[in-house]
Design a protein around this ligand. Structure first.
Ligand code: UDX
Length: 458
């Protein structure tokens, strides 16, 4: 390793300060980044909100600094409420963060602190750091294509793509291929409000920072990365897929049920479908019923994550009566799984996913083809890339209906189309391994990132 690409400098470890957005899909990549930078010699300090706080006992090698965020009551369920919560809690922790950052700077001595890396959704945190002359880097946990969509938001309104009109949902967005209007980051009918504000703040945060870190890699998004490098004045570090450099299991907010790995051990290679819709997506009670009977009718072995709160308006996640008997010996349902290990398991032959960016990259890296059922935010765009660019999956669109679900599962798991997708996914897995291997693009980007961090001036 080159001398300048580790963080032991002038006799002491340099500190890196981190501040994740407190949701699973954002916490995981930040902790993976923490692991990577710690391995490069940085001392890691994690600032975090009280909401969804990490457990310091699981990371004794890091220091944790809680920042009061003014939240109270249960976590929001509807995605509109999540957007409102992000805007509220980032505002609420601003002054609390200022005090704590100032105290940490005094304690460590300014020169020992390389920089602060914060989630790009935390604009007030970037502003506080700028006022205290601490250099910042922005972590965007989505794809490069999604980041380009954020940058293009004003143009999308100017040119009339947004707000979305029902009649134009299938219209291609010629400035952002392969997106169609329906693939853009919008919430149903709400694109003038909180979402627009959230995206504008993320763009400002990136522009305020000294660099952008993306959990993606060259073989997956070369064209999109080139576009960002052209459009942004700050350096862009494509250091993904981060989970290949450092696992995030310890940052799981829910207890992972590891018994499903044993269950998978008893299954034939590539025979089982893994079904999970991530941490935030919610389905209607009717969709749960159609999903269940579609899975049952397919005859395919399955591991299904039915997480607490996954069904809208229902405290209990009840599967339909008779489902267990109909699938006995062929399926397993858990509340939360060790997903990285599940996708790596040889028995898993397909992933029915909501296409959160972490789930998408975790699947791509294990050569697992996907059934795509995106719910909100960047998930539609991710599904578009899976189906039309990388061609390693197929979307389950429209209203969920058990017959269509059954057919989609069979197509992926036992059909010829599915076999072709699996073969392409295998190629993509190899390409990912090249990027993360010695001398690969992501390794070189990590070296550049560390060198950049060591060169930042207060
Ligand atoms: C959210 C948005 O949905 C996503 O589009 C955005 O890119 C990040 O924030 P989330 O819904 O949580 O993320 O999905 P995803 O990005 O896929 O992240 C979920 C994480 O939880 C993954 O790292 C996955 O490995 C983990 N997970 C999921 C588990 O550990 N166990 C499970 O059972 C399911």
């Amino acid at each position: 390793m080159a001398a300048e690409s580790n963080a032991v400098h002038g006799g002491g470890r340099r500190h890196v300060l981190l501040f994740p957005l407190p949701y699973q899909g954002h916490i995981n990549p930040m902790f993976r980044l923490a692991g990577l930078l710690h391995a490069r010699g940085f001392a890691v300090t994690v600032f975090h909100t009280h909401f969804n706080a990490p457990d310091p006992a699981r990371h004794p090698q890091y220091r944790f600094v809680p920042v009061p965020d003014g939240t109270s009551g249960p976590a929001p369920v509807a995605i509109e409420d999540v957007v409102a919560q992000i805007l509220a809690l980032t505002g609420a922790c601003e002054s609390e963060f200022r005090d704590r950052l100032a105290a940490v700077l005094e304690e460590y001595s300014r020169d020992a602190v390389a920089c602060l890396i914060a989630d790009a959704h935390l604009l007030p945190i970037f502003e506080v750091a700028a006022k205290l002359a601490v250099p910042t880097l922005a972590l965007r946990t989505g794809s490069a294509a999604c980041c380009a969509c954020f940058l293009a938001y004003p143009m999308l309104f100017e040119k009339g793509y947004l707000p979305v009109k029902e009649s134009r949902r299938d219209m291609p967005v010629s400035e952002l291929p392969p997106y169609r209007v329906r693939d853009l980051v919008v919430l149903s009918g709400d694109e003038r409000g909180g979402v627009r504000e959230l995206l504008a703040r993320a763009v400002t945060a990136v522009k305020l920072s000294s660099g952008l870190i993306l959990n993606t890699f060259d073989a997956l998004e070369r064209r999109e990365l080139d576009g960002l490098r052209r459009d942004l004045a700050v350096p862009v570090f494509d250091i993904g897929p981060l989970h290949k450099f450092s696992p995030a299991g310890d940052s799981s907010l829910l207890r992972q049920d590891r018994s499903c790995l044993e269950w998978l051990d008893a299954r034939a290679p590539a025979s089982a479908l893994y079904v999970s819709f991530g941490r935030l997506a919610c389905m209607s009670p009717d969709d749960l019923v159609e999903t269940a009977w579609g899975i049952a009718g397919s005859g395919v072995p399955f591991l299904w994550v039915v997480r607490p709160g996954m069904v809208r308006g229902s405290a209990r996640q009840e599967l339909p009566e008779g489902f267990e008997a109909a699938t006995r010996g062929r399926g397993m349902v858990v509340a939360w799984a060790p997903q990285e290990e599940v996708l790596r398991h040889r028995a898993v032959g397909g992933f029915w996913t909501h296409n959160g960016w972490n789930s998408t990259t975790e699947s791509v890296c294990e050569g697992v083809p996907m059934l795509c059922r995106p719910y909100f935010g960047d998930q539609m765009g991710n599904a578009r890339y899976v189906e039309h660019v990388w061609r390693v999956g197929v979307e389950v669109g429209g209203e969920l209906e058990r017959g269509a679900v059954e057919a989609a599962i069979r197509l992926l798991m036992t059909g010829e189309d599915g076999a072709e997708m699996r073969a392409r996914a295998g190629e993509l897995k190899k390409a990912a391994e090249e990027c993360t291997g010695k001398g690969g693009s992501s390794c070189l980007a990590i070296d550049k990132l560390v060198t950049h961090m060591m060169s930042l001036q207060h």
